[in-house]
Design a protein around this ligand. Structure first.
Ligand SMILES: [Zn+2]
Length: 115
């Protein structure tokens, strides 16, 4: 059975890439958006830390939405917290979704899982 690869806001997904596993545990699927909103209030420095610590991780992030090709601005704090990144570290696959596409994608995935 495949392990799930939850999507998380880019800033938080980066923490996952950097092996901070406590975040990963918190970012289980359904709770991810709520958790992100909570963390957003408390963790404004996440992306700065991430950028400073590991530029290599940032390079792996696609520069546009996987579904609609909308450009992603890695230097925009707002986008870093609102766009969703799905990380499959085993296969080194990074899927990036803009907020609009993610909500569509997420709804579909929920439906599939609920069948
Ligand atoms: Zn999109």
């Amino acid at each position: 059975m495949m392990a799930p690869h939850p999507a998380a806001p880019v800033a938080l997904a980066l923490r996952g890439i950097f092996k901070l596993s406590s975040f990963k545990r918190k970012l289980k699927r359904k709770a991810s958006i709520k958790t992100a909103k909570y963390l957003k209030k408390n963790m404004n420095t996440i992306i700065q830390d991430a950028v400073n610590a590991k530029l290599s991780g940032l390079k792996k992030i696609p520069d546009k939405c996987d579904l609609c090709d909308l450009a992603f601005d890695k230097s925009s704090r707002e986008q870093v917290f609102s766009w969703m990144l799905k990380v499959d570290e085993d296969r080194d696959v990074y899927n990036l979704f803009c907020p609009a596409c993610y909500s569509k994608y997420y709804d579909q995935e929920e439906e599939v899982n609920n069948v």
